[in-house]
Design a protein. Sequence first.
Length: 218
Amino acid sequence: MCAKTIETKDITYDGLLQGNIDWVEDMKKTDPGYFDKLSAGQNPPVLWIGCSDSRVPANQITNTLPGDIFVHRNIANVVVHTDMNMLSVLDYSVNVLKVKHVIVCGHYGCGGVNAALGNKQVGIIDNWLRNIRDVYRMHEREMQTMKDPEQKSNRLVELNAIEGAANVMNTSIVQNAWANGQELSVHAWVYSLKTGLIKDLKVTSTSVADVSPAFKVS
């Protein structure tokens, strides 16, 4: 049994706190020892690098519980080698939590990707979206063949997730884990807001052999 869902238009500050109380009571009814087990520590097998979009919560769309997925989110699930926040999360996940899967998950209809496809200034985020424009530039020949705006957006969402997964495996963090024999896979996914389904983009990497020579470290 789940706590009653609050309609978005009815959400209030006090309602959030009451929602927490209702959720705790529901969880205790389902599993009286749930919070004792949860507070004992975490051992998630998955690191999720996803978009900050409120409609794409990792646990809900994968039908998992708190403690099952370690999560890092930013606008448009960007993965770049200069982001110390992301690198710190990745390092902790791989070297301390020993996750077995790193998933970069984008979603169709992503506002960040759509903004990157346009020329209108949004604000400081324009500098962040420059990373997505770099993905467009790398695949410009393919992207320019697409005339339908939705098709173009969807494809850039996919390419952004694929390039993000490649950037994950190009890090010294992941390559060192593989060199040390650690079981670790890197994946690229895309979630559909329209269907609720996840699309596996079939670009899973499991060893240093999958890393481009230009990015291999030793």
